[in-house]
Write a protein that binds this ligand. Structure first.
Ligand code: 9MJ
Length: 673
């Protein structure tokens, strides 16, 4: 065989090792995946032609062909230690004090702080840089030989990089499944009607215990190394932190959150920082590990039973605990969403006592098959609302009735709607429901709705809290005196507000419809409804089939509209608004004919910058009234860009795309033609 082929094979392997290292260890790939695949294929082809060149540490040799019947045992030459735990600052201080006392050091101790991964501890043995075996921790003295499976993990080097490693090097670390990989795996399991894993830890354990390495190879497992075992024929640095950097240099993955810190105070700050970012980390952790950094000091400390005296795990409070469901209530949110809530026997979880947990919606209740009386796992992760995660398997001793959704709102008794294909059920009494009134009134008063000047969100909250208004109609009964009696409300502003309410009494039909806050009825839909039906009473009486005829209205929106006008309470509020003197402006027949002739009918317009006379909203109203579509961003579909002063990126984009740019005067001319 020509020496050049051997050289070529070795060169390809080196390249592949280097790029795997860039990708898996440094998280900094420097070639595209496709290029990596090409190099890999080249190596495969050469090895197929020259099988005698295949070595056990070749990147092509990750997945062995024969499934095992059982795992062999491996005796750890040096025991694999576990860690003692603390759960609070006091016990961490005591740990630090013990170290200072024992070492007779009064200065602050230098520690490394590392996220405590929630996976499986593993020991990798390298001889002359080649991976010889991988074993689980087992009981610390004897573990299982999982080499076949560990070899399938792309982040585990089959051969170490460089040549500065000790002749024998045992590396310890944690095998884990990143959150995204776990979710993907469970999604697949769901699709195939297979059993899901309860958490990433179980998924990692289950994946490593596969007898067939082909299965493990498909599982998204990762590794972070955090210490060493036997080291022979060479030496490592004299601090834990530097050793980890050396491991990284050998091509082994090391967590990049690991830090070197002085004293307990810094450790606590690190704990807090990681705790705050816990949800954003791509992997599950259950605490922080602090280790005395100097190896010499570690050796002076030694270890007790199975745990080193020089390290401690500072655990986060458990995020899952068991409790029992006493009752299920339904809550109405500020937007009408109905949420089933489990009342629980109080349980301490995630650092607080929890007696209520969300069940999200009826689909979730059915999926998890939760019933009143069940023993359940309650989960509180970070600042997220506590939830019922699942029923404790096998805990239901007698048959229990299924949980039923309410048919009417527990707050206002309006009908509850659940649109097909949506998980959330909602109260339809939007204008009347006391759970929704603040949101309904804020929307009603907003600029694009009734545009009531001086009635901001804060003031609405204040009026609702003081029980001065229950529905939007009550706004029109407010007196200057009543308003002026509110905190931070001067007589002048009260007078201004009453005047603003007065001048809001002649809204265009489209504004009024939009102001009612019907679900999914935005400005454009409201405008389409107004143009189609012309009067408020025609819209109120419209039927599902008729609504489907209207531009941009599909079955979901049509159903929301029908449901809204079927609620007697909503109709009462509309009646009260009309009695309070609101005169909704019908759409004139003439205007409709004019619309069709308009230059803007059916055209898509974007408005940007400051117009000389009109506000952008006024211009928008005018354009919508003649059948234009007004959108927010410029694209190839835009017909006109109406540009005022200080038009920025939208103008640049329009010019690039060749969209016709017009100013306010041109718009007015075109409108009047
Ligand atoms: C985990 N689980 O992340 C150790 N660990 O050190 C870290 N575990 C450990 N260190 C000595 N980061 C024994 C166990």
């Amino acid at each position: 065989m020509p020496a050049s082929i051997e050289k070529q094979v070795e060169k390809l392997r080196e390249q592949l090792r280097y790029h795997s290292y860039q990708y898996y260890v440094l998280d900094d790939p420097d070639i595209p995946d496709a290029e990596f695949d090409r190099l890999y294929k080249q190596l495969l082809v050469l090895e197929e032609k020259h099988p005698d060149l295949i070595t056990v540490d070749s990147p092509t040799q990750r997945v062995g062909s024969t499934p095992l019947t059982a795992f062999n045992q491996i005796q750890h030459q040096m025991p694999m230690l576990s860690l003692d735990n603390v759960f609070n600052e006091e016990d961490l201080q005591a740990f630090n004090q013990r170290i200072q006392d024992r070492l007779k050091i009064s200065d602050e101790i230098e520690y490394t702080a590392e996220p405590k991964l929630d996976g499986l501890a593993i020991s990798l043995r390298y001889e002359d840089g080649v991976l010889i075996y991988a074993a689980t921790r087992g009981d610390g003295a004897t573990g299982e030989n999982v080499t076949q499976n560990i070899r399938t993990m792309q982040s585990v080097p089959l051969r170490l990089l460089g040549n500065n490693f000790p002749q024998v090097l045992e590396v310890r670390g944690e095998v884990f499944m990143p959150k995204t990989g776990f979710e993907k795996l469970n999604r697949l399991a769901r699709q195939n009607d297979e059993k899901e894993f309860a958490n990433p830890r179980n998924a990692a354990a289950g994946s490593l215990r596969q007898l067939d390495p082909e299965v493990t190879a498909k599982r998204p497992l990762s590794l972070y190394c955090y210490s060493t075992g036997v080291v022979e024929g060479g030496s490592l640095a004299d601090t834990h932190y530097e050793i980890l950097q050396q491991l990284k240099g050998f091509g082994l993955p090391v967590c990049n959150e690991i830090k070197c810190l002085h004293g307990v105070k810094a450790c606590l700050a690190y704990y807090q920082d990681i705790s705050d970012r816990r949800d954003e980390l791509p992997y599950d952790i259950d605490g922080i590990v602090y280790k005395v950094n100097a190896i010499e000091l570690q050796q002076r400390m030694g270890f007790v039973a199975r745990a080193p005296r020089w390290a401690i795990a500072h655990k986060f409070p458990a995020q899952e605990e068991i409790s029992r469901i006493i009752e299920v209530d339904f809550q109405v949110g500020r937007t009408g969403a109905i949420t089933p809530v489990a009342r629980l026997e109080p349980v301490f979880v995630g650092g607080v006592t929890v007696s209520n947990a969300t069940l999200h919606n009826m689909d979730e209740i059915r999926r998890k098959d939760v019933r009143v009386g069940d023993r359940v796992i309650v989960r509180r992760a970070g600042d997220v609302i506590p939830e019922v995660a699942r029923v404790v398997p096998g805990s239901r001793k007698k048959s229990l009735p299924e949980i039923q959704m309410l048919t009417s709102c527990p707050v206002c008794q309006s009908a509850i709607e659940q649109i097909e294909g949506e998980a959330i059920a909602r109260c339809t009494g939007g204008l009347y429901c006391q759970a929704q009134r603040a949101e309904a009134i804020k929307h009603f008063a907003s600029r694009k709705a009734m545009d009531i000047d001086g009635l901001g969100d804060k003031l609405v909250e204040q009026l609702v809290d003081e029980d001065l208004i229950h529905t939007p109609a009550d706004l029109y009964q407010l007196s200057i005196e009543a308003l002026a009696s509110l905190e931070r409300m001067a007589k002048k502003s009260a007078t201004n507000l009453v005047n603003a309410l007065e001048s809001s009494k002649h809204p265009a039909l489209s504004r009024f419809i939009y102001a009612l806050g019907i679900r999914e009825v935005g400005e454009t839909t409201a405008m389409n409804l107004a143009n189609e039906f012309k009067t408020l009473s025609a819209i109120q009486k419209s039927e599902f089939e008729q609504l489907l005829e209207v531009q941009d209205i599909g079955p979901i929106v049509a159903q929301h509209i029908v449901n809204f006008f079927q609620q007697p309470h909503n109709l009462d509020v509309i009646e009260q608004l009309l009695s309070a003197g609101i005169e909704v402006q019908d759409v004139k027949q003439l205007a409709a004919d004019k619309r069709l002739d308009s230059n803007f009918f059916g055209k898509t317009v974007v408005i940007t910058g400051t117009l000389p006379i009109m506000s952008r909203d006024e211009a928008k109203d005018k354009l919508l009234a003649v059948g234009a579509k007004v959108t927010g961003s410029v694209s190839a579909k835009t017909d006109y860009l109406l540009a005022g002063d200080k038009a920025g990126s939208k103008l640049t984009k329009a010019e690039k795309l060749g969209v016709q740019v017009i100013d306010e005067a041109t718009m007015l001319t075109l409108l009047n033609k």
